[in-house]
Design a protein around this ligand. Structure first.
Ligand code: DGY
Length: 322
């Protein structure tokens, strides 16, 4: 009898083909994310689960998986999975770091460039038929990147790759982490460790690269925005819940900070009537940090590889904890 694998969303054809050769597979169709009731019933007799960031793989769901050996998520983030409980139940959890590092760092830098040079704002101006002033000294004025300070919160894989981009644009790089990174890495990136307080007060562009945890929940709120430079920009490609959006909307509206670029939101998809959507000094992207053709293919490969290992009791190539 073939082992059973359930996918909450589909993958690339090559990946499905490989899965079908080895397992009896079922792919959820219909409402996205999969309703909890359906997930709860499907997980009962499967050996492996392939899931995505919006699926809530809670303790209650894991509890139902009596035969479950592996949860393989198509993402670098795993805050949607109760990994502690999975570990307790000896269920392997695989995820997809590394392959999406460049794409996500590119996205962060793209939001940074866009908000600095007001590209999307300009695009909207043209499409709305509002391009009236031409080439005046004060029209659609943005800011230079050269010589500006980028503050990186979380100098991990993505944060470090963003630092390389920033270095090429002659920016000064400061970072804050729980721990200093190795001296050699600091030197090669030209990055200087600073306290969190210094990071928020000295950055012209502040880019967030930390996971959503109890400690980082709504870390960026009005108290922090008031300490940031009035001319500064906030970039977030990590998790939406690290930022208090109500406070951010107010800070942008009152020009407490100059602008923001977000790829992630407290609740996704963000609604059309959300206060952030009404502002012009923000660039919004629909959570597409890892969304390049090449990266998404690699993510499918890793997701299947992690599943194959975990379902056979082995440690996935990229494993969370155990
Ligand atoms: C991830 O993989 O966690 C990203 O947020 C997806 O772009």
């Amino acid at each position: 009898m073939k082992k059973k694998v359930f996918l909450t969303r589909t993958l690339h054809d090559f990946a499905l083909k490989e899965l079908k050769k080895k397992y009896q597979i079922e792919i959820h169709s219909g409402q996205i994310p999969i309703p909890q009731t359906k997930l709860r019933s499907k997980i009962k007799d499967i050996d492996g689960l392939i899931c995505f960031p919006y699926d809530n793989i809670s303790k209650e769901i894991i509890e139902e998986g009596k035969n479950l050996k592996v949860i393989s998520t198509y993402s670098v983030g795993f805050d949607h999975i109760d990994t502690e409980y999975a570990k307790k139940k000896k269920i392997r959890v695989g995820y997809t770091p590394e392959v999406l590092t460049d794409a996500t760092a590119d996205m962060a830098f793209s939001l940074l460039l866009d908000i600095a040079r007001r590209t999307t704002e300009g695009d909207r101006t043209i499409r709305d038929g509002k391009w009236k002033e031409i080439y005046g000294a004060f029209d659609y004025v943005g800011v230079d990147l050269q010589g500006k300070t980028i503050g990186i919160l979380g100098l991990g894989r993505i944060g470090s790759t963003l630092a390389k981009r920033a270095k090429a644009f002659d920016m000064k790089i400061i970072y804050h982490n729980r721990k200093h990174v190795a001296k050699s890495k600091e030197e090669s990136l030209g990055a200087k460790y600073v306290s969190f307080e210094k990071l928020i007060t000295e950055s012209d562009f502040l880019s967030i690269h930390v996971p959503h945890t109890k400690e980082t929940d709504r870390l960026f709120n009005m108290k922090i925005f008031k300490k940031m430079k009035k001319s500064s920009f906030l970039i977030n490609t990590s998790r939406g819940k690290v930022v208090n959006e109500k406070d951010l909307a107010m800070a942008l509206k009152k020009r407490i900070i100059a602008g923001a670029g977000l790829d992630v939101f407290e609740n996704e998809p963000i609604k059309k009537n959300h206060p952030l959507v009404k502002l012009s000094n923000i660039v919004l992207a629909p959570h597409i940090g890892s969304s390049t053709k090449e990266t998404r293919i690699k993510m499918s490969e890793i997701t299947v590889k992690n599943l194959n290992l975990g379902i056979n009791g082995k440690k996935p190539t990229y494993s969370v904890g155990y």
